[in-house]
Design a protein around this ligand. Structure first.
Ligand SMILES: Nc1ncnc2c1ncn2[C@@H]1O[C@H](COP(=O)(O)OP(=O)(O)OP(=O)(O)O)[C@@H](O)[C@H]1O
Length: 434
């Protein structure tokens, strides 16, 4: 009976249009498929006044439905999975196959009441309830010759009829589909929109992050490049300065000053450890350090200096280095450098004075007081000698006739020991002179 060459008269496009923009059916898929088929049958009824396609088109109709359903839920064999027999698509409510046959079972009043109740938008639950209630009066109500699982029966004819003729919106109206065929579509328009929005947001964010990362990388590279160029410029200027500056040449040539590298200085001071700080002056900290040759030194690091002042610094260093005195701390070397992180550096390296400063001794920070106030080498001694010279009218070194020398201090001390202290004072000395 079934003939593959007979095309299906049902228009599944109606269902396709309805499901377009909606998610695949949720819940019982077989129920959805059955109700979808009834909706398509309703469209067929409306167009042809006939409820059912001919049985020889049944195979073609299932194939058409399968093709449509594959687009919704790929790989779901509707007949196999739901147990629908091919011929059921052409079997209906007993012998009723047309509109005329169906309406013949109902009074015009009943049909009019159904039209009144159902000819409105059935989107909302209240009109839907009014419509479906009125449908319950349509005959025949009981399945006649109904096969279990059949795709069509008398009860289903009510909705098929109502969507086709009672409601002017037609079977492809969403309200009718939901109310009369219980087709619950999960709208994907919004969820698709959400997905699209999410995708757009993710893409935009991704692009933004990429752009930001790219910009950051570019900025970092540019800054590094700038620093490099600056560094090169400073190095160039410094070497120009070295080449042109006679002062520095003289330092290198005439003194034994060592020009330390910044790494030498950092190593000597344990990277300017605060534990190595031995003093603080107006121009910066003084660090104790061990030089590459193993000797201890004091390193004075000038703060807030720039390469611009290096020339005058070089002069000062030269001057200081040229002045050597037993009571002056010897300058051993210096360092000028520009680093990326520390900026321009200027350090002078001196002998380390281990016993503390005069200030420390005078004001007790060392703990021991000066132990040498009256020695021959002190200024106090010198002052005493001058005083003796004034009192005695003799020179510090008394030269006798036999060319022997006597110190005025020894001479005076001899007289004092013999109880003749007053003889130290020059005869005729007026007290006013004192
Ligand atoms: N060669 C050194 N040996 C030991 N300690 C030193 C040496 N040079 C300086 N110090 C210590 O560091 C402190 C500060 O020294 P600095 O020469 O900077 O002092 P300042 O002359 O008072 O200050 P500034 O000259 O910077 O105005 C000194 O008071 C001293 O305690």
């Amino acid at each position: 009976q079934q003939n593959d060459t007979v095309s299906c008269p049902l228009d599944f496009e109606v269902l396709r249009r309805l499901t377009q923009g909606y998610m695949s059916p949720s819940g019982d898929q077989c129920q959805f498929i059955l109700e979808g088929l009834r909706l398509v049958q309703s469209d067929y009824l409306k167009r042809t006044d006939s409820f059912l396609p001919r049985v020889d088109s049944a195979e073609a109709c299932w194939k058409a439905y399968q093709d449509l359903y594959d687009q919704l839920v790929p790989g779901f064999d509707i007949r196999k999975n739901c147990g629908f027999k091919t011929e059921w698509i052409s079997q209906g409510c007993g012998n009723i196959t047309s509109r005329v046959e169906y309406e013949a079972n109902n009074s015009p009043e009943t049909l009019a009441a159904v039209s009144t109740a159902c000819n409105q938008s059935l989107v909302n639950s209240s009109p839907c309830a009014t419509c479906t209630t009125s449908l319950s009066s349509l005959q025949p109500s009981d399945p006649i010759n109904k096969t279990v699982g059949n795709v069509s029966d008398c009860t289903a004819y009510r909705s098929i009829y109502a969507a086709a003729f009672a409601n002017s919106f037609g079977p492809d109206d969403k309200g009718n589909a939901e109310c009369l065929f219980s087709l619950n579509f999960t709208p994907v328009k919004s969820s698709n929109k959400q997905k699209k929005a999410i995708i757009v947001v993710v893409v935009v964010l991704g692009v933004l992050v990429l752009v930001l990362c790219g910009s950051a990388a570019w900025l970092i590279r540019r800054n590094k490049l700038k620093k490099k160029i600056r560094q090169r410029e400073i190095t160039r200027r410094w070497s120009d300065l070295n080449m042109n500056n006679s002062a520095l040449e003289s330092i290198n040539g005439s003194t034994t000053l060592i020009r330390f590298t910044f790494d030498d200085i950092k190593e000597a001071t344990k990277n300017f450890s605060r534990f190595n700080i031995i003093g603080r002056g107006g121009y910066g900290n003084v660090y104790k350090g061990v030089l590459p040759d193993g000797s201890e030194a004091a390193l004075k690091r000038f703060k807030n200096c720039s390469a611009a002042g290096d020339a005058s610094f070089a002069h000062e260093v030269e001057v200081i280095a040229s002045v050597r005195h037993v009571n002056l701390v010897a300058l051993r070397g210096y360092c000028t450098a520009t680093t990326n992180f520390e900026g321009h550096q200027r350090i002078i390296v001196c002998d380390l004075v281990k016993n503390g400063s005069l200030h420390d001794h005078l004001f007790g920070s060392i703990g021991t007081k000066l132990s040498w106030p009256l020695t021959e080498r002190s200024d106090v001694y010198s002052f005493g000698v001058v005083l003796l010279e004034l009192l005695s009218g003799k020179k510090a070194l008394i030269i006798k006739n036999d060319a022997q020398h006597t110190l005025v201090a020894d001479w005076a001390w001899g007289l004092v020991r013999n109880g003749r202290a007053l003889e130290v004072i020059e005869e005729g000395l007026q007290w006013t002179r004192l």
